[in-house]
Design a protein around this ligand. Structure first.
Ligand code: TMP
Length: 234
């Protein structure tokens, strides 16, 4: 399996491919924001690592980041939202994820895209629409509105949705009891609402959101993901 692009949750700065710009100035493909989505245990992190290797292997400058996290403030918010000791109201939860996202977009995503690098994001706005909008039943439109404010409207060029049955995701994660974080402790119905929320997002935007069968092997999922990105890869 490919090496993880993260060390203790912080993306490795050295994962950005460096190459003399003159070597590619003419045939360079435009920088894209690609997001990977799915319920916990769907295999997003493995796919992100595989995709990063594949892009770098094609000579495409790229960086992989995760949400919530990727920059110092967002990593701190990550530990807050995951802390099982904390009581967090649903609206506060949605705002914390949005705040984390606002910082990541401003501090990393926009500068990377402006520098011509592809950005692979392990979760983005759709996670909030599915988890807070559908899972917490705050409403997809309300959550979309705060995220539009948070991101300044920056949308993914393509989203790869790893579809897996909630029970299979739970089994794959293999965490339970005291090892589980605040969200992982939620009941199966919560994850069923999230999975349904994701399905609705994919149905509403089939051009952007491409559904991959996460029950397949990591290599097969990577191959399917690359096929869904083929038109962007040039
Ligand atoms: P993960 O990075 O290990 O998947 O953990 C992130 C957790 O936070 C996961 O349970 C999904 C949840 N989450 C939301 O509820 N809303 C969001 O907007 C994001 C980015 C994550």
């Amino acid at each position: 399996m490919a090496a993880s692009p993260f060390v203790h949750g912080v993306p490795l700065p050295g994962r950005v491919l460096t190459r003399h710009r003159s070597a590619w100035s003419e045939h360079r493909v435009p920088a894209r924001l690609i997001t990977i989505e799915g319920i916990d245990g769907a295999g997003k992190t493995t796919l992100a690592a595989g995709l990063l290797e594949a892009l770098l292997g094609r000579g495409i400058e790229a960086v992989a980041l995760r949400e919530p996290g990727g920059v110092a403030l967002a990593e701190r918010i990550r530990s807050l939202v995951k802390d099982p000791e904390l009581e967090i109201a649903d609206r506060a939860e949605a705002l914390l994820y949005a705040a984390s996202r606002a910082q990541l977009v401003a501090e990393r995503v926009e500068p990377e895209l402006a520098a011509g690098r592809w950005v692979l994001l392990d979760r983005y706005v759709d996670s909030s629409l599915a988890y807070q909008g559908a899972g917490r039943a705050l409403g997809v439109d309300a959550v979309a509105a705060i995220n539009h404010f948070a991101t300044g409207g920056l949308a993914a060029d393509r989203t790869l949705l790893l579809a897996i049955e909630p029970a299979a995701g739970r089994a794959r994660r293999g965490v339970r009891g005291e090892d589980a974080d605040r969200l992982e402790r939620e009941a199966d119905e919560f994850f069923a609402r999230i999975a349904a929320g994701y399905r609705a997002l994919a149905a509403a935007e089939p051009g952007r959101v491409r559904v991959l069968d996460a029950a397949r092997t990591p290599d097969e999922v990577l191959e399917a993901a690359l096929a869904e990105l083929a038109d962007l890869l040039g």
